[in-house]
Write a protein that binds this ligand. Structure first.
Ligand code: IPD
Ligand code: CA
Length: 262
């Protein structure tokens, strides 16, 4: 399997999809529906952008599987599945904050995080024009520049988190923030998990943790982090996923996992 070719395809499609998302944003955005709770929204643009990505992939690689946030899953016959969030950071998008992304990953194996191997991943922010990409074994890149995670191990670390939409989990989220704050310089809540992970890969954040992520939130971003020399796990071990995702350089990762698990 030529992972670099998969990444090139994801790059082209993410940029086209990002242009569509940006044009729709400029034309004005309305919330189409709330999903699980009031914070969990979808716009017409989310659906339209996912439809475009799905169609382009089906034409370029018929037989591959698909797992998308808005239009669901379809098993393929090639062993490759595309894991797609058409607009990650939908609340930012709806409010006009230029911090949202198209996230596209190609994975091999079962389309569940503990069982898959990510081969290629792209996170593209249409508002800034930045594109982060990674190929398994080929490093992580931002628009031609190779990325490396920071080496900050603790005090002085800038760490991001997020709060899943399920209100029942918010008390736990805040308790984890209280455990992590004494270790770090400051905390960010950017509102787009794929960009949080891309920023860890780029050394713009030293670390990131969040409970409640879906596969499409972290599929591409986690590969960016590992290809940039970082570590991404659940907590304390295993694959990232619903229960927990922790991403950082090796030293800080160990400290974050210990604090969160304490
Ligand atoms: C959400 C964002 C947010 C994170 C949520 C995600 P969406 O994705 O990544 O930062 O805190 O857990 O669901 O709904 O904007 O695609
Ligand atoms: Ca989304």
């Amino acid at each position: 399997m030529d992972a670099a070719a998969l990444a090139d395809l994801a790059l082209d499609i993410a940029r086209e999809a990002g242009d569509l998302a940006r044009r729709r944003r400029e034309a004005g955005v309305a919330i189409a529906a709330t999903k699980s709770v009031i914070a969990d929204i979808v716009t017409e643009a989310d659906r339209e952008v996912e439809a475009l990505i799905r169609e382009r992939l089906a034409v370029a690689r018929p037989g591959d599987g698909f797992l998308g946030e808005e239009s669901g899953a379809e098993r393929g016959t090639t062993g490759i599945t595309w894991v797609v969030d058409p607009i990650d950071g939908t609340v930012n998008y709806a409010y006009g904050m230029p911090h949202y992304a198209v996230s596209i990953a190609a994975i091999e194996g079962e389309p569940e995080p503990p069982l898959w191997t990510a081969l290629a991943g792209v996170v593209h922010n249409p508002a800034t024009g930045e594109t982060f990409s990674a190929v398994r074994g080929g490093g992580a890149w931002r628009d031609g520049q190779r990325l490396a995670v920071s080496e900050v191990g603790g005090a002085g670390a800038l760490v991001a988190t997020g709060f899943g939409y399920d209100p029942a989990t918010h008390a736990g989220d805040l308790a984890r923030v209280a455990k992590v704050m004494p270790l770090v310089r400051d905390l960010r809540r950017g509102g787009a998990a794929s960009l949080d992970l891309a920023y860890v890969a780029a050394g713009r954040l030293d670390g990131y943790f969040e409970r409640g992520l879906h596969p499409w939130d972290h599929a591409a971003g986690a590969l960016l982090v590992t290809e940039a020399g970082g570590v991404v796990t659940g907590s304390p071990h295993g694959a990232p996923g619903r229960e927990m995702t922790v991403a950082a350089g090796p030293a800080l990762h160990a400290r974050l996992v210990a604090a969160i698990s304490a």
